[in-house]
Design a protein around this ligand. Structure first.
Ligand code: SF4
Length: 713
């Protein structure tokens, strides 16, 4: 019998709807294909290469050979993994975590989770960490992805809420794309941009990117600025807008605070000075400013190129300032629009599954916020000590302060910067728990306990995409082997811990269905900017919806701030005057090249899922260091030969590729390959060379800039 299950793509933050076709066989149900859901507002039936090959990540062979099928543990560090029952491993974990907590305190335990978890999974981990263990040391790999966008929105607009929607791509007259190779990282959105251009040839497209990417090729104006100089560009554009009287003075006066201080700050950032700092031409800065300010509706799209920076928050706020100063916000086709990298980075922000957040966009350092959540959960007072963010958590583990790490659905031994430090941290921990669907990730080598997690097509729940739209994720198959949905794994360990910690209290984890977790989560949003108290699972069955969706609403809100009332208490947006600061690391004679990392079109993160599909390697079969031909010639290197890329932290060996889309004195590496890089044993992959320095506000590390040298092997 054939069935179709409506679900959501598990890769990027576009959040495309998918239809999963299954058929019953003698071996049980099997997925026969995946189609784009024509009724899903995010994609209207379109899929990119990754989404269209999802069925190949869930074939019987992949489910048998490339999945973690049963719990496993090591009797000692370095020993081989041994199979263990769920019952035994849950009891063992509960006892070991309780022992660490009793001996060293709750802050000796850390949780490092993932923007690929479902909202319900996030809620389960957050309640365990804060409500039972009693620590704020819970952070997500979304820290590497979106935390600068979160803080940028909060500082300027007052809430972590993207004010725009995908429909605005069709309504904008100027698209300003900064630090996003949308054509590769968010392909279905790029199809919308192409369609918008075809429908309106006068649409202006500006792309800010040091590389001449496929997205930049499509632009009317490409601004190939020096890496890390975005704030100088945006401030130079603001200076031009002020000087040319392209600002909206009435909007500034009626709806904002702080403009005079920012105006004084950018007085010296003339377009000429911005051109000098960015390496652009003054005329390019002026042209960008004019199109941005004078187009009827300007929409900016931005992503990792702004966020993954030691000044990530400053880049975000400097771009949002342009919208506020020119009144390009709060109306159709206009506003700042951060694109989320992961499928549910937004859900993590909403549930507060990050060190700096509590559920419902609350603050763990505010007593009232903690009290509200403790009352909702019925637990002891929540911890008031600051939580460690991603890089800080591993630094604390390396110092021996965090003794036990529970890692879920992410691969820090590949994806975090400065791998030497990360691996030292994992080695020093007394207990590393890895909850993972796929076998063979680099982090598994450090795990004392492996917990097999169900994954896409095997679990139910919800995700939120870049435009605040919540979609249902549904199971089409039973979990592979003995794997379980992530929230169930958390519940089953947590109830054993609370039998000791709260023996006489009602369980905090009495869940049988994901809907129960969802209902707890939405209760925490009541009265908040993201209020979804009116949005039930039943309504989501009918159609994906955007938040806010308070009780009594008939539908979600497509765009925010149309009433010109921002989320700060006084309703006014803020300009935040902060000067341009260059990247933390400097190029010099020893490390003369500026290295950036990024996505390939057909791969995802560390390739644990996309790497199971051979055809996805057709686009780029192996990693390569991209270097401008003049830099190759100057060093007398050979294209295709192995080269050694070295930074102040480490080195790696990789084939060389000539690429005139880069500027001279810069280099680019795909982010996907880890320790299995060419060169083999002992290599740490791309993050051997990246740096852990992070934005002081958002604590997002600077993955887009490292000073490196490149030499022949
Ligand atoms: Fe999946 Fe993103 Fe591709 Fe859509 S654009 S199919 S969400 S990877």
């Amino acid at each position: 019998m054939d069935r179709t299950t409506r679900s959501t793509c598990p890769y990027c933050g576009v959040g495309c709807g998918v239809l999963i076709d299954t058929t019953d066989t003698a071996e049980g149900p099997q997925i026969t294909g995946v189609r784009g859901d024509p009724d899903h507002p995010a994609n209207a039936g379109r899929l990119c290469t990754k989404g269209a090959t999802l069925h190949l990540t869930a074939t019987p062979m992949v489910r048998q050979q490339q999945r973690q099928l049963q719990p496993a543990w090591r009797p000692a560090r370095g020993a081989a993994l041994q199979a263990i029952t769920w019952d035994a491993v849950e009891q063992q974990l509960a006892e070991r975590l309780l022992a660490v907590r009793a001996e060293h305190g709750p802050d000796a335990i850390g949780f490092y989770i993932s923007g690929q978890l479902l909202t319900e999974d996030y809620h389960a981990f957050n309640k365990l960490a804060r409500g039972l263990v009693g620590t704020n040391h819970i952070d997500s790999n979304s820290r590497l992805c979106m935390s600068a966008a979160v803080v940028g929105y909060k500082q300027t607009l007052g809430a972590d809420a993207p004010p725009t929607c995908y429909e605005d791509l069709n309504l904008a007259s100027c698209l300003f794309l900064a630090g996003t190779n949308t054509a590769w990282a968010h392909p279905v959105l790029f199809r919308r941009i192409e369609a918008a251009r075809a429908a309106r040839p006068d649409l202006k497209i500006i792309v800010v990117d040091p590389r001449r990417t496929e997205t930049a090729e499509f632009a009317d104006l490409h601004l190939p600025l020096r890496p890390g100089t975005d704030v100088a560009l945006f401030q130079g554009m603001l200076h031009a807008c002020i000087w040319e009287d392209w600002v909206d003075r009435a909007f500034i006066e009626q709806h904002t605070e702080g403009f005079e201080a920012l105006k004084a700050l950018v007085r010296t950032m003339t377009p000429g000075e911005a051109a000098r700092l960015t390496g652009l031409k003054e005329a390019q800065v002026m042209q960008a400013a004019q199109w941005f300010a004078q187009s009827p509706a300007s929409l900016s799209l931005y992503c990792m190129g702004l966020n993954q920076s030691s000044s990530g928050t400053a880049k975000n706020t400097a771009l949002i300032h342009l919208h506020l100063a020119t009144g390009q916000i709060g109306r159709p086709g206009a506003g700042p629009f951060s694109l989320t990298g992961q499928p549910n980075a937004m859900g993590g922000r909403e549930t507060g599954g990050m060190a700096t957040l509590l559920p419902g966009h609350r603050d763990p350092m505010r007593a009232q916020d903690r009290e509200e959540i403790a009352a909702l959960w019925g637990c002891d007072p929540l911890p008031d000590r600051p939580g460690r963010t991603a890089v800080e958590m591993f630094e604390a583990a390396a110092r021996g302060e965090i003794k036990a790490l529970w890692i879920a659905c992410t691969n820090p031994a590949q994806s975090l910067p400065d791998q030497a430090l990360v691996r030292a941290a994992l080695s020093r921990c007394e207990l590393v728990i890895l909850q993972e669907a796929f076998v063979g990730t680099a982090t598994a080598d450090f795990a004392d306990v492996l917990l097999p997690a169900a994954t896409w097509a095997e679990k139910d729940g919800t995700v939120t995409n870049s435009e605040r739209r919540i979609s249902r994720v549904r199971a089409a198959l039973a979990p592979a082997g003995e794997s379980k949905p992530d929230w169930q794994i958390v519940r089953d360990v947590a109830v054993r811990m609370e039998a000791v910690l709260r023996p006489d209290a009602a369980s905090l984890f009495a869940w049988e269905r994901p809907q129960q977790l969802w209902d707890e989560h939405r209760a925490a949003t009541r009265g908040r900017d993201l209020d979804i108290t009116g949005l039930s699972y039943e309504q989501l069955e009918a159609a994906p919806q955007q938040w806010p969706f308070p009780e009594g609403a008939q539908q979600g809100r497509a765009r925010l701030y149309e009433d010109r009332r921002f989320a700060h208490a006084d309703g006014r947006a803020r300009f935040v005057a902060r000067p341009f600061v260059p990247p933390a690391e400097r190029q010099d004679a020893s490390y003369p090249l500026a290295l950036s990392t990024g996505r390939l079109r057909d791969q995802w993160h560390g390739m644990s899922r996309s790497g199971t599909v051979p055809r996805l390697f057709a686009h780029a079969p192996s990693p390569a260091l991209h270097l401008h031909p003049t830099d190759i010639a100057r060093r007398r290197l050979q294209e295709g030969a192995l080269v050694r890329v070295a930074s102040r932290r480490g080195a790696m060996v990789v084939p060389l590729r000539a690429d005139d889309a880069l500027s001279p004195q810069s280099a680019w590496l795909p982010m996907h390959w880890g320790s299995e890089f060419v060169g083999g044993q002992g290599q740490l992959g791309v993050n051997a060379v990246t740096q852990p320095v992070f934005c002081p506000d958002a604590r997002q590390p600077e993955l887009k800039f490292a000073a490196v040298s490149v030499t022949a092997v």
